[in-house]
Design a protein around this ligand. Structure first.
Ligand SMILES: Nc1ncnc2c1ncn2[C@@H]1O[C@H](COP(=O)(O)OP(=O)(O)OP(=O)(O)O)[C@@H](O)[C@H]1O
Ligand SMILES: [Mg+2]
Length: 255
């Protein structure tokens, strides 16, 4: 039977500095371990990108860290205040945008709380709109606002830009970078896009065979540009770790 050892990071924990500590995490589906004795530590305020082939267990790991899946073995220490945004914005169509932002929030926060977060993502003017009238990028920003009102110490993002067109995607990436710098929370971003990982993150992880198989710092100066010297070297290495052969054409979107 799976053991639920999911608990908040406490000052009594051995590594008080960590935002996330995962030890010996295993998650199986139908007897198959998708996550298999995984170890991971994330530092407070660190922006980490999580890469890996489709089906390798990235979303499963994020769901565990978010506390949405407790059928686990091992130890998972996460901050109490955490928020998650998925690829699909998951807005309730029968609630106006500002009410969606407050959905599930404890206490009885006022509308102004939602509106401040919407303002922060540049969506203040759509506060009273119905979700179905939002563009894809707007809906994604509403989803980010919903994460931000939780004032998370850990922000979990599961391919949040996956469904956006190229231009909207660049804007959304910049927004997340700004929010991260302003808020100072730890971010774990799942992405298939190596360039996106290198533009945004302090650290890049590659998940393979149920564990973090590769872990590298991204010590590139900000703002970053695709194609700078350090960038290209890291990109090649990550693509190799992902099992993608680099060709002349753009192959940055692995898996
Ligand atoms: N609830 C579930 N029941 C059974 N199998 C599951 C369940 N959730 C995930 N899996 C399986 O676990 C594996 C990992 O799934 P996961 O969604 O974590 O992959 P992923 O790395 O996020 O992939 P992608 O990049 O395509 O989003 C897959 O083989 C998937 O079929
Ligand atoms: Mg996934």
């Amino acid at each position: 039977m799976a053991t639920d050892l999911h608990r908040a990071v406490s000052p009594a924990s051995t590594d008080t500095a960590a935002a996330v500590r995962v030890e010996g995490l295993t998650r199986s589906f139908d007897g198959r371990a998708v996550i298999d004795d995984l170890e991971l530590t994330l530092q407070p305020g660190e922006f980490t990108a999580l890469l890996g082939r489709s089906g390798c267990g990235k979303s499963t790991l994020l769901r565990v860290l978010a506390g949405l899946d407790r059928e686990i073995e091992g130890t998972v220490l996460v901050p109490k205040r955490r928020a998650v945004a998925f690829q699909a914005p998951r807005l309730m169509p029968w609630k106006r945008v500002w009410r969606n932002v407050l959905l599930g929030l404890p206490g009885d926060p006022g509308r102004e709380v939602a509106e401040a977060a919407l303002e922060e993502v540049g969506l203040g003017h759509r506060s009273t709109a119905w979700p179905k009238t939002l563009s894809g990028g707007e809906a994604q920003r509403a989803s980010l606002a919903r994460a931000l009102v939780r004032e998370p110490d850990l922000l979990l993002l599961d391919e949040p830009f996956g469904a956006l067109d190229a231009l909207t995607r660049i804007k959304a990436q910049r927004l997340v970078a700004e929010l991260w710098q302003r808020r100072g929370c730890a971010v774990l971003l799942v992405t298939h896009d190596v360039d996106e990982a290198l533009l945004l993150a302090d650290r890049a992880l590659v998940m393979r065979d149920g564990v973090i198989a590769y872990d590298t710092r991204v010590d590139l100066e900000r703002p970053r540009t695709v194609g700078s010297d350090g960038f290209t070297a890291l990109r090649s290495r990550l693509l190799t770790e992902l099992g993608v052969e680099e060709a002349g054409a753009d192959v940055s979107r692995a898996a």
